[in-house]
Design a protein around this ligand. Sequence first.
Ligand SMILES: *[C@@H]1O[C@H](CO)[C@@H](O)[C@H](O)[C@H]1NC(C)=O
Ligand SMILES: *[C@@H]1O[C@H](CO)[C@@H](O)[C@H](O)[C@H]1NC(C)=O
Ligand SMILES: *[C@@H]1O[C@H](CO)[C@@H](O)[C@H](O)[C@H]1NC(C)=O
Length: 294
Amino acid sequence: MSRISTIIYYFLIYAIFANTFYLGNSTTLQHGNGIIINVRSFRVRADGRSDDSWAFNAAWEKACNSKGNVTLLIPKGTYLVGPLKLRGPCEQVTSLTVLLKGTLKAKTDLSEYEFGSGWIEFAWINGLTLTGGGVFDGQGAKAWPYNTCPTSSNCDLLPTNLKFVGMNRTTVHDITSLNSKFFHLALVECRDFEGSKLEILAPEDSPNTDGIHLERSSNAPSRVRLSNIYFKNIRGTSLSEVAVTLSCSKGIPCKNIFLQNVHLNLTSGERLPVLTCENVKARYIGIQMPPPCP
Ligand SMILES: *[C@@H]1O[C@H](CO)[C@@H](O)[C@H](O)[C@H]1NC(C)=O
Ligand SMILES: *[C@@H]1O[C@H](CO)[C@@H](O)[C@H](O)[C@H]1NC(C)=O
Ligand SMILES: *[C@@H]1O[C@H](CO)[C@@H](O)[C@H](O)[C@H]1NC(C)=O
């Protein structure tokens, strides 16, 4: 073989065995039938103290504007980030996987957040998968004293750890939500959502940290309803007596809401957690704690 063809030969062997090679762009890796975008390529500090929001937004832009099957990789490590709005539509993306292996820590300064929003908010995306065994640490302890909702109906809503808005075909599995400032998980106007193997953890003194919150459309004229929402193998603790809220609108009720093996304990341990239901007939499979709505 000539020198060039030997080089090409070894390169091909390498490419086949590694199944991963650079595309000549340090932020993008080819992998199998898709590309990997590593947030570490975007000048993250990953020290848990410096604000890495910029890097996450840049990595998201890159992932969302890519083509085909895209994975956004967040390797092991601790990343401090403020509110992130990760928005679609990622038009040329066939499937988008966010592979969170590390821990995201929320900034604690409440002035950076919009009330009622999510800390990490995914919106208007088709076919998102969020997985990887990582942790969303809302660092709620500093925010909880500012939560007046348990005593006042006219209160400002603190940020929800993970909020999904207007999403189709979402899968979330093997993820931990820790010490959310407010709700752990909220879904608004989502279709075909499957959450499984989720760990929801909050210590004893956290107010209003609902495990799961499904809410009616925030946009009155919207005809989009919550439908085909599946929660399976969810475990953890809730201080708020209401551990799960299913709140749908009268005109456009939710359809096909399934809860399977949901086990959320109250941290106080003395009372049973509560599920509240509004304009929804959920279906229950397996263990149910809180107990099903009548
Ligand atoms: C995306 O992944 C799916 C399944 O893993 C595969 O069938 C499809 O060919 C991939 N598409 C592209 C554009 O790589
Ligand atoms: C989700 O599906 C609905 C109904 O097919 C569609 O109207 C909507 O635009 C889709 N959303 C996105 C983000 O593509
Ligand atoms: C909930 O409490 C029961 C009884 O104390 C315990 O066996 C179970 O492991 C707890 N589950 C979680 C998810 O903490």
